[in-house]
Design a protein around this ligand. Structure first.
Ligand SMILES: Cc1cc2nc3c(=O)[nH]c(=O)nc-3n(C[C@H](O)[C@H](O)[C@H](O)COP(=O)(O)O)c2cc1C
Length: 182
């Protein structure tokens, strides 16, 4: 049986944008896009400032679902599992190699965090100017999470082939194929 995490790792260079669905404290669904920067120790890593809606949701219920769609390749992967926050040292290292404009976004977000009470927030684009100095270290509000999958469903389609769907469930260190319908 193929290793679906190895598949995901191979496909990430085609784009790491993942729709991350969580459960809000009131029980309702919430979803948003995050960028998965790698698969390490069986976990899909992404970064976020905190608190945000997603970090509030995950503190309340760590279960999550992530959906990748690679439209050019006609592929989709749907992942379910639990999310946990990684050590500060992981975030320190990840921030150091983050593109400079995203480092600036993290610092700008850190600055507006205390005022985030309305339906919208906006960062002055001039504050993202490449000449704007920000500290080399990460703001304490910027952190790293890992979504550790327990199920992965891979859908392969495209105009030139019949769609296929394979569902994998983690079985210890390996993955087993299971029927796609519950
Ligand atoms: C392409 C794309 C990538 C994004 N990547 C991230 C990300 O890696 N981390 C993040 O916190 N927000 C990211 N965002 C912003 C989120 O989608 C979201 O608007 C924000 O994190 C607030 O969501 P929340 O209040 O549900 O936590 C991204 C948005 C887009 C469109």
């Amino acid at each position: 049986m193929a290793d679906p995490l190895a598949l995901l790792t191979a496909w990430l260079p085609d784009g790491g944008a993942m729709t991350l669905a969580t459960t809000a404290p009131d029980g309702g669904p919430r979803a948003r896009t995050v960028l998965v920067t790698g698969v390490v120790d069986g976990g899909l890593r992404f970064h976020s400032s905190t608190p945000t809606g997603k970090t509030v949701d995950l503190a309340h219920d760590p279960r999550a679902c992530g959906v990748f769609h690679w439209s050019d390749a006609g592929r989709q992967a749907v992942v379910t599992g639990r999310v946990h926050e990684l050590d500060a040292t992981v975030s320190d290292a990840a921030f150091a190699v983050r593109p400079p404009h995203l480092q600036r976004v993290a610092w700008l977000y850190d600055a507006v965090l205390p005022t985030l009470r309305g339906p919208r927030y906006e960062v002055d684009p001039s504050a993202l100017d490449a000449t704007t100095d920000v500290p080399a270290r990460r703001p304490a509000s910027w952190t790293t999470f890992a979504l550790v999958p327990t199920t992965i469903e891979v859908w392969l389609g495209g105009p030139d082939r019949v769609a296929s769907r394979t569902r994998y469930v983690r079985d210890g260190d390996t993955w087993a194929g299971v029927p796609v319908l519950p």
